[in-house]
Design a protein around this ligand. Structure first.
Ligand code: HPA
Length: 271
């Protein structure tokens, strides 16, 4: 695995003039953020050896590198999900590559179903903690100490200083930002109302099919993490209404501009 990571890192490095400081994984609705990168350098996943293929609807499969708000970033325009058939270890491959590229901060964005009844469709939530309900870990198997330790702490996975930056960006832009716990599931089916009631009892505020593996690996290899969810729908049974992928995409599209504004305001303040 180590050699594969270094191989992919060297390839990406050979295409870049500057070292990216911030990694951004774009969830549904944030994909257009990559189009705002100045002097973008585009690297297709298919050209990076061992990089898995992204196939989720609306997700392109490429890295877009360059400058946003004066910061050098590497964006994943096209996320990898377990429901596409990827193994957790493959999903975090690009996070490991980012580490070896020199990335210090990872911004994870996603679309999520709202469990907390104080939330409304179109709201944003900063992830203060997560529950990994997938039953899997990207760290299963032999550990490589060159990447991170065998047993690593998850207490401060969502970096407190980045949360403070996000709060300030919310105030500055006037874009409301809830704070809550994200529960990560495998999908691809949406949850049953009984599952959502159980998740609420467990302490979750929003549910989604991504993010937890990436955050686990970032903590493993010592990258600071900020997580922002867009509440694209209320979770199953919160309002008695059927869920659909098109509802998720519709909200994501409608709120995309505001989401981008918030994320850019955050990036501007990351040092
Ligand atoms: N459940 C799981 N994942 C999701 C949802 C949901 O309701 N909405 C967006 N991603």
């Amino acid at each position: 695995m180590y050699e594969k990571i270094i191989g992919a890192t060297e390839y990406i490095k050979s295409k870049l003039e500057k070292t990216p400081e911030i990694g951004i994984i774009l969830g549904s609705g944030l994909q257009p953020l990559a189009e705002e990168i100045k002097e973008p350098i585009i690297i297709d996943y298919k050209d990076v050896s061992n990089m898995p293929f992204a196939s989720a609807p609306g997700h392109i499969a490429r890295f877009v590198c360059g400058e946003i708000e004066g910061k050098q970033v590497i964006c994943m325009q096209g996320r990898l999900h377990g429901y596409e058939g990827h193994q957790p270890e493959d999903i975090v491959f690009p996070v490991r590559v980012m580490k070896f590229l020199g990335v210090k901060t990872l911004v994870l964005t996603n679309a999520a179903g709202g469990i907390n009844t104080d939330y409304s469709v179109g709201d944003f939530m900063m992830i203060t903690d997560h529950i990994n309900f997938t039953g899997k870990s990207p760290l299963t198997g032999k550990n490589d100490d060159r990447i991170g330790p065998r047993f690593h702490d998850m207490t401060f996975t969502y970096t407190p200083s980045l949360q403070e930056i996000a709060r300030k960006a919310s105030q500055k832009t006037g874009i409301k930002l809830h704070e809550g716990v994200y529960i990560g599931v495998n999908g691809p089916q949406f949850e049953t109302p009984a599952e959502i009631r159980a998740f609420r009892t467990l302490g979750a505020d929003a549910v989604g099919m991504s993010t937890v593996f990436e955050a686990i690996e970032a903590a493993h290899c010592s990258i600071n993490v900020l997580g922002i969810s867009m509440i694209t729908n209320m979770a199953a049974g919160i309002i008695m209404k059927e869920l659909s992928g098109s509802e998720v995409n519709e909200t994501a599209d409608n709120r995309s501009e505001t989401f981008r504004k918030l994320v850019k305001a955050i990036i501007a303040e990351i040092s």
